[in-house]
Design a binder for this molecule. Structure first.
Ligand SMILES: Cc1cc2nc3c(=O)[nH]c(=O)nc-3n(C[C@H](O)[C@H](O)[C@H](O)COP(=O)(O)O)c2cc1C
Length: 186
């Protein structure tokens, strides 16, 4: 429907107290004004096995259907060993297969990430962008939402307490909505 954008968000961490899940929760709260947003939990997606790509597990079928139903994708990724976590790469690999059935094809997407380190997932985010080029996604360039020292900005209940971080997430959502509308000619 013209004017209405629905965003599917997922985090590349399975951890209960995940800072990246906290970023997504803040986005859920902040999206209310500009878009409808839902999240998907990657918990339960098994390791990718190409022998199974034509009969994927139920959880993967659900993931692909949710991606396809969304107008835009929002990913909150941790940085593991200077790259994206295996859990996230694994989920992306499933959703991109079999060849010719890439659920991400042509999707607008935005990336954010929180880490306890000083670069706030910068390296992981650029790796993720590289994969999304191959998947023919339309990745928002700006703003870059990289949240360093996340333990100082997110409380133990998973609330993003840092006002500058919340403002960046708000800006990212607004830009993603504008970008998605622009891509569909609105
Ligand atoms: C396997 C592993 C590798 C990590 N590598 C990095 C890294 O390269 N850069 C970084 O800033 N933090 C790294 N960290 C620390 C993460 O920033 C931290 O665990 C963060 O809380 C993960 O995100 P989450 O809270 O959403 O689970 C690593 C953590 C793990 C478990």
């Amino acid at each position: 429907m013209e004017g209405s954008i629905n965003i599917l968000g997922f985090a590349g961490s399975l951890r209960k107290g995940s800072y990246n899940k906290a970023l997504l929760s803040a986005a859920l709260e902040l999206a209310a004004k500009s878009a409808a947003m839902e999240t998907f939990d990657l918990e339960g997606i098994p390791p990718f096995n190409q022998d199974m790509e034509n009969q994927p597990p139920q959880k993967v079928k659900e993931f692909k259907a949710r991606i396809r139903a969304a107008d835009a994708i929002l990913i909150a990724t941790p940085e593991y060993n200077y790259s994206i976590p295996g859990v996230l790469k694994n989920a992306i690999d499933w959703a991109s297969r079999p060849y010719g059935d890439n659920a991400f094809e042509g999707k607008p997407a935005a990336i954010m990430g929180a880490s306890v380190g000083m670069l706030g997932t910068a390296r992981a985010q650029y790796d993720l962008r590289r994969s999304f080029v191959f998947l023919n996604m339309y990745i928002l360039n700006r703003p870059e939402v990289m949240v360093p020292f996340a333990h100082d900005k997110i409380d133990k209940d998973g609330k993003v307490t840092d006002e500058k971080t919340r403002e960046k997430i708000r800006e990212l959502l607004e830009s993603l909505v504008i970008w998605t509308k622009r891509l569909r000619g609105e």
